[in-house]
Design a protein around this ligand. Structure first.
Ligand SMILES: *[C@@H]1O[C@H](CO)[C@@H](O)[C@H](O)[C@H]1NC(C)=O
Ligand SMILES: *[C@@H]1O[C@H](CO)[C@@H](O)[C@H](O)[C@H]1NC(C)=O
Length: 290
């Protein structure tokens, strides 16, 4: 997770500590301030699934793979492509998770349940066969993707307002690094960009092939640590290996104690250049090779 956060600096040497990082992948969802190579402040993390995992499971549940167009895309890519074809993203109602909790934690389990309920209702009403796809599939995908985006934007905005109160990042360094497989989703990224613009952050997305290549990320983490002479071993007799380790210092409780009520940045302007099927194909190819 630390490596994820630092990889953006390999591609872009202008990114200086401290910066904010949002890691959204198939295994993780967390928001943290990277203060130094080995010092992280955790503002929020997922209480259940990761967004990439939610996309994959739901794409499978909706049987998107049974449509040739989506058969070789990842769940997140299938959602992005289907959502582009939606004519009414608000057809199916989704409530944004954790609205009443004034922290930066994430949760995706409730959204998955909401999607499944819509799906079961539609399948029953329209008499959809077992391997079939509901007629409103594009709108359903768009509704789910929008709710995930709004949730991520909410948590991000509160995190930024907390950082402002606590002076954790100086004004001239305000940068958000968005990393992880789900960062490749252009719709999510545009939502995050709107929040960044409103709160005066620059947003940086490392190229997809870096966001998904664990080998490169870990090697870069080694380079960063070597340069700072952190954890550099010369004696290999005693190496401590820990099975799990938390990311940095948790400020999750402290964020909640601040009771920050945000007036949410509007995502109304959220439109984006559409990606062609070919581009999705290239993206897929990249993540497969990696
Ligand atoms: C590099 O990061 C800076 C912020 O530090 C950002 O303004 C710039 O757009 C980034 N460049 C690229 C190529 O991502
Ligand atoms: C945030 O999520 C973590 C991980 O599930 C959990 O341990 C923690 O209690 C949560 N904090 C709050 C304030 O909900």
């Amino acid at each position: 997770m630390e490596a994820h956060a630092l990889t953006a600096r390999m591609h872009n040497s202008t990114i200086e500590f401290p910066f904010l990082v949002l890691l959204i992948s198939g295994g993780h969802c967390l928001l943290a301030v990277a203060e130094k190579v080995d010092r992280f402040l955790l503002l929020g993390e997922s209480m259940d699934d990761a967004p990439g995992e939610a996309f994959d499971k739901m794409a499978r549940r909706m049987k998107l793979k049974n449509l040739p167009e989506y058969s070789c895309l990842s769940g997140g890519q299938a959602f992005e492509l289907a959502s582009q074809k939606a004519d009414n993203p608000l057809q199916y109602k989704f409530s944004v998770p954790l609205l009443q909790y004034k922290n930066c934690n994430f949760s995706f389990a409730g959204l998955k349940n909401q999607l499944q309920r819509h799906l079961v209702d539609e399948e029953r009403q329209k008499g959809v066969p077992a391997d079939g796809v509901i007629p409103g599939i594009n709108n359903l995908c768009a509704g789910f993707q929008l709710a995930i985006t709004r949730h991520l934007c909410h948590r991000l905005q509160r995190g930024m307002e907390y950082i402002e109160r606590k002076n954790l990042i100086p004004d001239d360094k305000k940068t958000l690094v968005v990393s992880g497989g789900a960062a490749c989703n252009n719709f999510i990224a545009e939502g995050l960009r709107i929040v960044c613009d409103a709160l005066d952050y620059k947003m940086v997305r490392p190229p997809p092939k870096l966001c998904t290549d664990n080998g490169v990320m870990i090697a870069w983490n080694g380079v960063e640590k070597w340069r700072e002479d952190i954890d550099v071993l010369t004696n290999f007799d005693h190496i401590d290996i820990e099975k799990t380790a938390p990311l940095g210092i948790s400020l999750i409780q402290d964020v909640e104690l601040e009771r920050i009520s945000c007036s949410w940045v509007k995502l109304k302007k959220l439109t984006l250049p559409q990606r062609s099927w070919m581009e999705f194909q290239e993206l897929k190819e990249l993540s497969r090779i990696m």
